[in-house]
Design a protein around this ligand. Structure first.
Ligand code: ADP
Ligand code: MG
Ligand code: MG
Length: 892
């Protein structure tokens, strides 16, 4: 039904066991709303209410901040619905209905408007509430809370100003706690609050209850675009187009005496996953008192009480009847939702009400235990159990972590760019990192990093940068290495000359100890102890199920033996991408490559390359050995040559001395090699063609290594791939060079060296010409980083308008993190279809950052690809994501 339709439904009611909404309508009703409707329809006690849909929010922003015409009447009908169930009237001076106004987006989202409780109170209805309940203090306490919430949240009078008024009355009355204020004191607070609002706003606190309701609803929709909410959505990849729903819920009171209470609970322990009813409650309290820390909350169950070492009576002890009822609800909700639940409840004079339920947040450790337990309890089948574990969260189980018991002082916080924990002494340059790492662990602090810093990053235990985001060079490289990394720590100011750094008002110098957690983005003072990751039996069980279920092969991006071994340990089934250039940055080798670049004539070039040959051969041998029985896919040299040249005066001087040419000449060569747009310049297969001697050397190294390994009985499956190709001719030229090298070696040694030849697909033209490329290539490896850059014409490193594009609804998520299915994805599908027409057995896969992203992995599975390749530390994530992809794509 169109939004313009006269009969469009904007409001959904629920109550007394019937709900207009149902569990499939999360997008429309929001998370909180869907929980209320669903609980109501399965017979869990909830106070009646209604939900104004997220479509109203979208409408509001699409129509110049106006509402659909019909809405006001629909809201009035909603209120009548509540009134008829509760048997009270909104604004009635003798027995008023009160409601709460609660926001609720599809996913829980801090930063938006807080809930307003007790709406509907004014100078007259408060008297009715008093006489009806016979509890004057309760009535006036509710009223003063309401004015405070409304004044703060809707009218924008600072919370602190209200606190000042309250404190003033407390001081005058000579009491410490809010609960010690008597009715007269509370009336004085109310007078003070009203005066405050008048003074700050120039108008009265609204006495008209309809006006209160209207303003509160308006405030929720307005809060969708609070700066805090916008930032939260940008960081968490939540589309700005979703909008929030508003829930209007009849009030129930946990603060009506000793048979009333309020609480929050998890149906299982969210930290460990143990099947223990886990939560807290307070007798004679309202809503958020439990989390506000005014009184010490009590445990729900005896088991929870024992686990927390609490000496206050549990609910199981002090309210056994209510506990029994709550525990039944707990079991019912778990079975119904097939997951651990996070619930909110209130008991009003011995009657239980649920106010919220949702799937509970949990640690990775708890996630795997709960998934396996729910399977064993017969609540989930294996497919469902697999879906219960968030693949990206299992990172927590694979890295060292800050000891949760350790005392620590937080220095600052940045983005949690790469998980894990580390302690070390501060260094400010890659060179210093290399020098100092010999004496102990170091942490590298930079403004941002570049390919020059790679060796320094390798020896550092962790990297922190003041600039850059989740896909900056530092973040990508650190994730690849499995090292913790924090980026975008704006508070960190480095003085490179003095070798000092400040975090706010705290100054440190080179050599001082710090610690960091890449899981939280926190930086700590001194040496905080870390602990080994615990890989529990349940984790293994989940991974076993994942391997039985998935269809995609999972391979690794790896160059070093260390990374390759790590990848094997994590279950990689081969290497999908060896970036050979990474092998050149080693200080010993970079000299040879620089010589090669600077050489005048062929002879010198070949001499320099001859120096590199044994290194490369050794590198490949090491990888083949570790990957015994699995394919190793080697990409020929890819980046533009200038990346290998010295950058600073000092480097130039050193190089000149080392290779005995003038500094002058080096500078000239740097100028010649300079490109305006190196990303689109002489790189990839273009370089391999314009510098065939490099291709010859690399081919020779690969074949020699394969031959040597085969002699030792190792099962080698070398695969060579051509970067950045757009035409058949390019790969044909390179294949001829490789085949010639191979033939020579085979003849010299009288052996056969089989290899598989393929190409990367990373330019739109390559997708268009996929049939031609497939006539020579036996596999396509989609280099989705470059393919995204070139399809969108956006440079990943200059994507500073990312948030702006999200806020304007142009991208829902970062196309460099999650594959752009509509654009890049279409090209990929086309390339696969065209390629397979020519080469039936064509093997296809993704390498690059997307290869480790669960949503992109689901896409790869749906396109019928054969494999994904990602950094070693993402292998377990990819294994699980690939299994989930099968389950989800089956459902589709
Ligand atoms: P949040 O998203 O911050 O949890 P909620 O809307 O759930 O916000 O409400 C905040 C608190 O107020 C919770 O403790 C909730 O249980 C309580 N609350 C909300 N609506 C009502 C109501 N109608 N009656 C009683 N308590 C309520
Ligand atoms: Mg809540
Ligand atoms: Mg590329």
């Amino acid at each position: 039904m169109s939004l313009e339709d006269e009969n469009h439904k904007w409001v959904y009611t629920y109550g007394a066991g019937k709900a207009e909404g149902n569990r499939t309508q999360r997008n429309l009703l929001g998370g909180k709303g869907v929980g209320l409707h669903d609980m109501c329809s399965i017979g869990v006690p909830v106070p009646p209410g209604f939900t104004i849909t997220t479509e109203v929010c979208t409408y509001y922003y699409d129509h110049d901040k106006t509402y659909p015409k019909k809405l006001e009447g629909d809201i009035q009908n909603g209120m009548k619905h509540i009134e008829s169930i509760v048997g009270k009237k909104f604004g009635d001076e003798s027995d008023p209905l009160l409601v709460s106004v609660r926001s609720g987006a599809r996913v829980s989202m801090p930063g938006m408007m807080d809930t307003i409780l007790n709406l509907g109170l004014n100078d007259k209805t408060v008297v009715g509430l008093h006489t009806k309940t016979g509890n004057e203090r309760f009535a006036y306490d509710s009223y003063r809370r309401f004015i405070q919430m409304f004044g703060d949240i809707v009218m924008g009078v600072p919370h602190a100003d209200f606190e000042k008024v309250l404190q003033g009355v407390k001081d005058k009355a000579g009491v410490k706690l809010d609960t010690e204020l008597n009715t007269d004191n509370l009336k004085e607070v109310i007078t003070g609050y009203k005066a405050l609002i008048n003074e700050k706003k120039g108008h009265e606190f609204p006495q008209d209850v309809q006006e209160q309701l209207k303003q509160a609803i308006h405030a929720v929709f307005g809060s969708w675009n609070n700066p805090r909410a916008i930032t939260y959505r940008n960081i968490n990849d939540i589309p700005h187009t979703w909008g929030t729903a508003v829930n209007i819920v009849a009030m129930v009171f946990g603060n009506m005496g000793d048979t009333s209470a309020t609480g929050v609970a998890f149906t299982r322990n969210p930290a460990t996953g143990e099947k223990v009813f886990f939560g807290e409650y307070l007798i004679n309290a309202q809503g958020e008192d439990v989390v506000a820390g005014i009184r010490t909350p009590q445990q729900i169950s005896n088991a929870g009480k024992a686990a927390q070492g609490s000496d206050l009576p549990s609910m199981e002890e002090s309210m056994p009847e209510m506990y029994k009822e709550l525990n039944e609800v707990r079991e019912k909700l778990e079975k119904h939702n097939k997951d651990m639940q996070d619930i909110e409840f209130t008991i009003q004079e011995g009657k239980l009400y649920l106010l919220q339920c949702r799937n509970g947040k949990r640690t990775a450790k708890a996630a795997v235990k709960i998934a396996v337990d729910l399977y064993n309890e017969g609540i989930l089948d294996k497919d469902q159990a697999l879906l219960l574990v968030d693949p990206t969260a299992i990172n927590q189980l694979l890295h060292r972590q800050i000891d949760p018991k350790a005392k620590k002082t937080v220095l600052s916080k940045g983005l949690n760019a790469s998980p894990g924990a580390a302690s070390g002494t501060i260094v400010f340059t890659a060179e210093d990192a290399e020098k100092k790492a010999k004496d102990g662990p170091v942490i590298l602090l930079r403004e941002e990093t570049s390919p020059d810093d790679i060796t320094g990053m390798h020896v550092a235990k962790g990297v922190i940068t003041s600039r850059g985001g989740m896909t900056s060079h530092a973040a990508v490289v650190a994730r690849g290495m499995g090292a913790p990394c924090i980026t975008g720590c704006g508070e960190m100011v480095i003085n490179f000359e003095k070798k000092t750094v400040s975090f706010g008002n705290k100054d440190l110098k080179e050599g001082d100890w710090i610690s960091m957690s890449g899981d939280t983005g926190e930086i700590y003072e001194g040496q905080v102890p870390t602990v080994e990751p615990q890989i529990s039996g349940d984790f293994q069980t989940i991974m076993k199920w994942a391997d039985e279920t998935r269809r995609l092969h999972i391979e690794a991006n790896a160059e070093t033996p260390k990374d390759a071994q790590q990848a094997r340990d994590f279950g990689a089934e081969g290497i999908g991408l060896v970036r050979t250039e990474h092998m050149f940055f080693d200080p010993k080798r970079i000299i040879s490559i620089r010589k090669m670049i600077l050489a005048d004539n062929d002879e010198e070039k070949r001499a320099a390359l001859a120096e590199l040959l044994p290194y490369q051969t050794g590198d490949f041998e090491a990888l083949f050995k570790i990957m015994d029985g699995y394919p190793v896919t080697i990409r020929l040299l890819d980046p533009p040559l200038h990346e290998f040249l010295p950058k600073t005066d000092k480097d130039i001087k050193e190089l000149a001395a080392e290779i005995k040419v003038s500094e002058e000449l080096i500078r000239k060569r740097i100028v010649t090699l300079h490109e305006l747009n190196p990303m689109l310049g002489d790189r990839g297969c273009r370089l391999c063609i314009s510098r065939p001697e490099i291709t010859e050397m690399q081919g020779r190294a690969i074949f020699t290594a394969a031959m040597n390994c085969a002699k030792q009985g190792i099962k080698v499956y070398p695969q060579i791939m051509i970067p950045l190709a757009v035409s058949k001719k390019e790969i044909q030229i390179l294949k001829e060079i490789l085949d010639k090298e191979k033939a020579t070696l085979e003849k010299e040694n009288n052996v056969q060296i089989p290899y598989v030849f393929g190409t990367m697909i990373e330019l739109p033209r390559a997708c268009l010409k996929a049939d031609e490329l497939a006539s020579l290539a036996h596999f396509f490896s989609f280099g989705t980083n470059d393919l995204t850059q070139t399809t969108l014409g956006i440079s990943r490193d200059d994507f500073s308008f990312r948030d702006c594009y999200k806020e304007n609804g142009i991208f829902d998520s970062d196309p460099f993190a999650v594959i752009d299915e509509e654009g890049v994805g279409e090209l990929i599908k086309m390339a696969i279809t065209r390629g397979k027409k020519v080469q039936k057995e064509l093997r296809t896969g993704i390498c690059g950052e997307h290869g480790g992203d669960p949503k992109s992995i689901q896409f790869a599975d749906a396109c019928g690809m054969d494999y994904v390749s990602c950094s070693p530390f993402r292998i377990p994530i990819a294994r699980l994501a690939a299994a989930q992809a099968v389950v989800k794509n089956k459902k589709k």
